[in-house]
Design a binder for this molecule. Structure first.
Ligand code: ADP
Ligand code: ZN
Length: 609
């Protein structure tokens, strides 16, 4: 790849109007949300900072201006996989685009440089380390540059989780190329990271475009983990045939889970940093190109995966922070179709995560932030309110709640006055010396004479057996909830429970507390109602269209979604166009794709394919 040789469909020179470019090249009828404002601002030469969530359509924010303005746009992108997909999709749409990075051999790279010198490119994707080299800077000085786009701009910030030191040097662009518009884009919702991006890239004068970070098409479900793998299987079974990601904390757990799911008949593949690069990239390719692969992975997997039809993201272990959770679940449903985020967590996850923070090498200030972020996630796990509202509140966004698309909204939780039970649990914690974990405290409350209870003389305490009216599961739930709400703290070293200042008014009987009554484990959350409604009416035509697309993608060695998105094929199945004009009206079909694939797909629609 790389050089644009034998370009089949060259772009007419006169295209300058953003709306025309959107329709003719990308096949979309209108801009989404604030996309149009960004595009016009940048096309007219303004700098922009774009803060939109995943799936909002950030790419078009620089791709359309790149096609409206004279010259070549330079796109800085942190990952080769990202660049490759974008360039491939642009070429499919007839746009002369290329990339320069370490994956090209010398001849390929030379061809790209020749194209750049000869003004044959409209978009050039480069890795940050390449951009800042003296040689490349010189080449750019001689080129005619339309704009600079800095994708995944949070890589410039140490607060974000993908810090890339080379991004820091991008601040020099402004001085070296005065008057060339710059646009920085990210899906980071964290205010500290946003401020850092603007400062580090010298974009104080840029116009900031921020949209809601809500992802209404993603449903959120968070369950307490008891038999984790079985719960996962319950979640996955109704989703057979769909692609998704299952995140696990450790490599070992990734391998065991992938193996187990395979035994259960799912197409599950492992991915973690301990595998050989060849195995990793083989599994990643399978995920991108085959339908229905369940990728079981550590967080090493995901960044740079912009597969649009990831239908679910499951967490078998609690992520490290609310930011990480939101970013990882955000990989689902970029195409806007209904998708599911599911998590199973246990109190032991919290203890482990706390220990990871305390034992890490980060400076105290950073540890403090990490602790706060972890607590925020725990609060989301334990809340009885709308998950979406609680998540967005953390990012400073007000949502009215009752989203109707999270477990708490779909299945409102039952609460009860737990004040008396909480006082019992607290006195068990206090009387045993604030040194023991959940299990032992529950034994004491239930009046179980275990070896440990007898050895420590805890059967002599007044509170011993005072909680026998509540079962062990319910006690665990109560203790987990009071830990989440901050009434008790968990000692990171030994997992011992300790009372906090906040416990005092409750112990003195001055404050009543309602807790969630955990419902008996329900069977897997079914597909959301919308999801069922979205299934294509004409299943067999959709399948035949998909098969045609798969054959084309395979012949060209590109992922199927760069040929046509599912949403385009779904619209095609529903509209069953019989002419090229009718086909051109479908979303995601621009002039180049119409010319290239239109007739072929008309045949499939007509039943002759
Ligand atoms: P982001 O980078 O913000 O995560 P992308 O640029 O990958 O999002 O776009 C997400 C999806 O939305 C893509 O499938 C893209 O084709 C589609 N899309 C973007 N803008 C529009 C639009 N104006 N009309 C229809 N579809 C769009
Ligand atoms: Zn909700």
């Amino acid at each position: 790849m790389g050089a644009v040789r034998n370009q089949d469909y060259s772009l007419p020179d006169a295209l300058k109007n953003p709306d025309d470019v959107l329709a003719d090249v990308f096949g979309h009828a209108q801009f989404r949300g604030q996309q149009g404002d960004v595009v016009r601002h940048v096309t007219e030469g303004g700098d922009a900072v774009v803060l939109f969530p995943t799936g909002a359509g950030k790419s078009l924010c620089y791709q359309v201006p790149a096609l409206c303005r004279p010259g070549v746009a330079i796109i800085v992108s942190p990952l080769i996989a990202l660049m490759r997909d974008q360039v491939e999709a642009l070429k499919q749409a007839g746009v002369p685009a290329a990339m320069l990075n370490s994956s090209l051999n010398m001849d390929e790279a030379r061809a790209v440089r020749d194209d750049l010198r000869a003004d044959r490119l409209k978009l050039l994707y480069v890795a940050p380390e390449r951009l800042v080299t003296a040689g490349f800077q010189q080449m750019l000085q001689d080129a005619h540059i339309s704009l600079f786009a800095i994708d995944e701009a949070h890589c410039v910030s140490q607060w974000g989780h993908d810090f890339r030191p080379e991004y820091r040097e991008l601040s020099a662009i402004a001085a070296n190329f005065p008057g060339v518009p710059r646009i920085a884009l990210t899906a980071t919702a964290d205010p500290a990271t946003r401020a850092d991006i603007i400062e580090r890239l010298g974009l104080e004068q840029a116009r900031v475009f921020a949209s809601s970070f809500d992802r209404p098409n993603i449903s959120y479900t968070i369950a307490q983990r008891d038999k984790g793998k079985e719960q996962l299987l319950d979640f996955l079974t109704p989703r057979k045939g769909e692609s998704g990601i299952v995140y696990c904390l450790s490599r070992k757990r990734v391998e065991q889970t992938a193996e187990w799911l395979s035994e259960k008949g799912l197409n599950a593949l492992p991915y973690h940093a301990g595998m050989s690069p060849a195995d990793r990239s083989r599994n990643q390719d399978a995920f991108l190109t085959d339908d229905a692969v369940v990728m079981v992975a550590t967080v090493a997997f995901g960044m740079g995966i912009d597969k649009p039809d990831v239908r679910f993201v499951a967490h078998l272990d609690m992520p490290g922070s609310i930011e990480a959770y939101y970013q990882e679940t955000g990989r689902a449903g970029r195409d806007g179709d209904p998708s599911a985020a599911w998590m199973a967590y246990a109190m032991s996850d919290v203890v482990l995560r706390r220990r990871m923070i305390e034992e890490g090498n980060a400076p105290d200030e950073v540890k403090r932030i990490e602790r706060t972020k972890l607590n925020a996630l725990l609060n989301i796990c334990e809340t009885t309110a709308c998950r979406r509202q609680t998540i967005l509140a953390w990012f400073g966004e007000v949502h009215p709640g009752n989203c109707g698309n999270c477990d708490n909204c779909l299945n409102p939780v039952d609460t009860f006055d737990a004040t008396e039970a909480i006082i019992k649990a607290m006195s068990a914690i206090y009387r045993t010396g604030e040194r023991f974990g959940v299990m032992h405290i529950v034994d004491v409350l239930l009046g179980k004479t275990t070896e440990k209870v007898e050895r420590l003389g805890h059967d002599k305490l007044a509170v011993f057996g005072k909680g026998a009216d509540i079962d062990a599961k319910a006690w665990q739930s109560i203790i987990r909830q009071i830990a989440a709400s901050g009434l008790v703290a968990v000692d990171t070293e030994h997992g011992g429970l300790q009372l906090t200042e906040a416990a005092r008014p409750v112990l003195r009987g001055e404050q009543k507390i309602a807790l969630r009554r955990d419902r008996p484990k329900t069977r897997a959350s079914r597909r959301t109602k919308q999801a069922a409604d979205m299934t294509p009416g004409n299943e067999s035509l959709f399948d035949r269209l998909r098969a045609e697309r798969a054959a084309i993608a395979k012949a060209q060695n590109v992922p199927p979604y760069v040929v046509f998105h599912d949403s385009t094929l779904r619209a095609m199945a529903a509209a069953a166009p019989s002419t090229l004009d009718a086909m051109a009206k479908l979303p995601g079909i621009g002039q180049a794709k119409l010319a290239r694939y239109g007739a072929q797909f008309l045949k499939v629609v007509a039943g002759a394919g």
